[in-house]
Design a protein around this ligand. Structure first.
Ligand SMILES: Cc1cc2nc3c(=O)[nH]c(=O)nc-3n(C[C@H](O)[C@H](O)[C@H](O)COP(=O)(O)OP(=O)(O)OC[C@H]3O[C@@H](n4cnc5c(N)ncnc54)[C@H](O)[C@@H]3O)c2cc1C
Ligand code: FES
Ligand code: FES
Length: 480
């Protein structure tokens, strides 16, 4: 597979109802284009790090002839990533009268200084466009990436619940028409699919440019450099955007996002709690943008997706500069803090793993805040039993080593052992002997060791709730 690149020098997309053709640098943050080139000041610049959601906009693209919309943060989005897409800002909603989302915010006094309000409205509008039935929980989760410093959230929550009640009546056969009829969206949305089809969506990548996928790490760490850099846009390569399952092997393209993984129906069958696990990762708009390869190359010792896929003993497929393919086990990918075997110019094209059929799997994450926070310690475990004997086991842990850690010694210890409380407690000792946490802002090294031991026990409590009850684990802990 050869990735092709072409530089056109002109980025074309639809902003609200306007066709935009611009020669602005492809690394310009979409937020800056919206505010300072298109002069649409409703989208606010808050943290510029993806945390506050004040800059949230809708991104729409064509999928099998139909428009699909999602919320993204415009501060971390390179202009090049919106080539051929529909971007909607607060100005792109109703002009003559308020949309039901805006009205609900007013009716519930859910806006005070108003700085955060456009972001909340766009996140709730993105939720109204989701191709699934709403629920009070889902509508609250849709605003997980928005922060308000004035209201104390209760009024916003009431507004969101009002919207959920209206959306419960959404006609799922023709949601777009229903949303236009109910004034959630203006009528021009009807023509967007046809207008996008006419845009020649060629890549605007530069062959030797810096690889960028979702931009959620790069634009936090190097925003100024990104604005002027020549970039290689990986999201434009369809071969990197697929999830394929064949003969029990799942292959996830490098540019597949966290949101696409958690919503994949087949993956939900193999990991029934995948949505619960992934909701602990960042926020709705960041999950809509951040990719699996970006998470691996970020090489953060607490990278959640990497920890998840390490416990599946995944392999990483790499495309070399010369166009040949090679593979490496994810557990052999890292060689030091932020060091890895991937060479400059190489691309992660996919990760691959055997889908668990009869295996037990669990993912745990502890952070200071439950949502939109990075882990203090995280861990995942896969375990396969035969006649109560551990046949296969993989265990990963984040925040306890210089890179995402695969607990090789603990895995060796557990393999072939009978599953019992004694085995689990002895294995916990092995685990603590092979980690090397450091004290930092997320906790002391002693706290992180203790936390990992608890998460290790939590895996067994989650996988075998009858055998490893809190009482049994606690009394064994007291006796040890
Ligand atoms: C507000 C916020 C909250 C976050 N919360 C979490 C969290 O809870 N848990 C967590 O794990 N992470 C979190 N992150 C980090 C980030 O979202 C993830 O690491 C994400 O997966 C990065 O993917 P990306 O596509 O955006 O990477 P990018 O920023 O596009 O790229 C990151 C790096 O990967 C390289 N790269 C990307 N794709 C490839 C490829 N296919 N081949 C080779 N190199 C490649 C890029 O060159 C760059 O060096 C958060 C980030 C933000 C801004
Ligand atoms: S400005 Fe805060 S998320 Fe973009
Ligand atoms: S109303 Fe002021 S930040 Fe939300």
């Amino acid at each position: 597979m050869q990735i092709t690149h072409e530089f056109l020098g002109m980025i074309t997309f639809i902003l609200n109802d306007r066709l935009i053709q611009t020669e602005e640098p492809e690394g310009t943050a979409l937020l800056d284009f919206i505010r300072y080139k298109a002069h649409l000041m409703g989208t606010k610049a808050g943290c510029r790090e993806g945390d506050c959601g004040a800059c949230t906009v809708l991104e729409g693209h064509l999928e099998k002839g139909k428009m699909r919309y999602k919320s993204i943060v415009s501060c971390l989005t390179p202009l090049g990533n919106v080539q051929g897409k529909h971007i909607v800002t607060i100005e792109g909603l109703q002009k003559e009268k308020m949309s039901p989302v805006q009205q609900a915010m007013i009716d519930n006094a859910a806006t005070q200084c108003g700085f955060c309000t456009p972001g909340f409205v766009m996140s709730l509008t993105a939720h109204s466009l989701a191709p699934e039935k709403t629920s009070p929980e889902k509508v609250i989760k849709a605003i997980s990436g928005n922060i308000c410093r004035c209201t104390g959230y209760h009024s916003i929550k009431h507004a969101a619940l009002d919207i959920a009640r209206v959306l419960a009546k959404k006609n799922m056969d023709d949601p777009l028409e229903w949303l236009i009829k109910e004034a959630f969206l203006p009528a021009y949305f009807r023509d967007i699919a046809g207008r996008l089809e006419k845009i020649k969506t060629k890549t605007i990548s530069v062959e030797n440019g810096k690889p960028v996928a979702g931009g959620t790490d790069l634009y936090v760490q190097q925003a100024d450099e990104m604005a002027v850099a020549k970039l290689r846009f990986l999201n434009k390569d369809k071969s990197l955007r697929k999830i394929e399952i064949s003969n029990g092997i799942c292959k996830i393209g490098g540019a597949v996002t966290a949101a696409e993984i958690m919503r994949h129906e087949k993956l939900q069958q193999h990991f029934p709690k995948i949505k619960t696990y992934f909701r602990l990762i960042s926020s709705e708009p960041i999950r809509n943008m951040g990719t699996v390869a970006g998470n691996i190359v970020n090489a953060s010792p607490i990278a959640d997706l990497t920890i998840f896929f390490l416990a599946l003993n995944s392999r990483v497929q790499i495309l070399t500069k010369e166009g040949t393919k090679k593979e490496v086990g994810l557990r052999r990918f890292y060689t030091g803090y932020k060091q890895f075997v991937l060479k400059p110019g190489e691309t992660i094209t996919a990760i691959m793993f055997r889908l668990p059929e009869k295996a037990f799997f669990n993912f745990e994450k502890v952070s200071k805040r439950q949502h939109l926070d990075i882990a203090s310690v995280n861990s995942a475990m896969l375990l396969e039993l035969k006649n109560d004997v551990i046949e296969t086991v993989h265990l990963s842990a984040g925040g306890v080593f210089a890179w995402p850690f695969y607990a090789e010694k603990t895995v060796d210890f557990l393999t072939g052992k009978k599953l019992s409380t004694e085995t689990v407690f002895e294995a916990a000792g092995v685990l603590l002997s092979e980690i090397a946490p450091i004290s930092d802002i997320r906790g002391s090294k002693e706290y992180k060791s203790l936390l990992l031991r608890q998460l290790f026990f939590a895996h067994f409590a989650a996988m075998f709730p009858h055998q490893f009850t809190p009482d049994i684990l606690f009394s064994k802990l007291m006796a040890s």
